[in-house]
Write a new protein. Structure first.
Length: 264
């Protein structure tokens, strides 16, 4: 029997989602250990994607295979056993051929930036002090990303992929100057390693005047290469939505809604 577990996590204290062999305090490792204690046998977990160290997920889906249905409330047990920075929203029985990673047709990431120091935001929004940005230019740069299909220049490890093509269905920048905050959101059928944070890096380069819009377009068209591409800070990034053609997930991730206030 296959189950999807819909959850969310604060990635601040973890070395990312994916188990890394030895003990490295990853989300996957912690959940597998918790499930193995509950079921008193080894339980393997598969995730809908990978997030880097310090990156959050307000909507994330994992799958487990069980020999039989649990006779207890698994959601309750998990939430009691997992730390406060991981929350299970719902557990759904699915068909054996439905896969949490390969079955997803769309993923959305949101990236938050603030430029006025705020102790309530520091874990969930990247602080770039005294930013002087041209937001109109940044929005034009986001529009160029929307028109791009090959993301080899915006990938941390492009040689690790057979194909670097991605279908971007939405790419927008929302700015609230009164709040001193912005949100970059991007939706695609797939994402490459480091892609979203490198997108944000280039948006900041364009917005700050360190790179012209024409130069950024040349990078996207692979006419110009930048050896140094520094991904934006991890703490502002959220995997915020997973879409399946066979399943509607409950909209239960409240943190991302609070962060979006004024940035819609």
């Amino acid at each position: 029997m296959r189950y999807f577990i819909h959850l969310g996590y604060d990635g601040s204290n973890y070395r990312g989602w994916q188990r890394q062999g030895e003990t490295h305090n990853t989300v996957q490792e912690l959940i597998e250990k918790t499930l193995s204690r509950i079921f008193k046998k080894e339980v393997s977990v598969y995730g809908c994607g990978r997030t880097d160290a310090g990156v959050h997920a307000s909507q994330y889906v994992i799958q487990i295979n069980l020999d039989e249905a649990p006779v207890f409330d698994l959601k309750f047990r998990l939430n009691k056993s997992l730390p406060d920075d991981i929350a299970v929203f719902e557990i759904i029985e699915v068909k054996e051929n439905e896969h949490c990673r390969h079955g997803a047709i769309e993923r959305t990431y949101d990236y938050f930036i603030h430029w006025n120091k705020d102790p309530l935001l520091f874990r969930y929004s990247s602080f770039y002090e005294d930013l002087a940005l041209d937001f109109d230019l940044m929005k034009k740069a986001a529009a160029l990303i929307l028109e791009t299909s090959d993301f080899k220049p915006l990938c941390k490890q492009p040689n690790a992929y057979k194909s670097t093509l991605c279908q971007i269905s939405n790419c927008e920048l929302f700015v609230n100057e009164d709040q001193g905050r912005l949100r970059f959101t991007i939706t695609a059928n797939r994402f490459l390693r480091g892609m979203v944070r490198i997108c944000v890096f280039f948006l900041l380069e364009v917005g700050s005047g360190k790179m012209t819009l024409k130069q950024f377009e040349a990078v996207l068209n692979q006419e110009e290469d930048l050896i140094e591409k520094l991904p934006a800070y991890p703490n502002g990034l959220f995997l915020s939505r997973i879409k399946y053609p066979f399943l509607e997930l409950t909209d239960s991730h409240k943190l991302i809604k609070m962060l979006k206030a004024g940035l819609d």
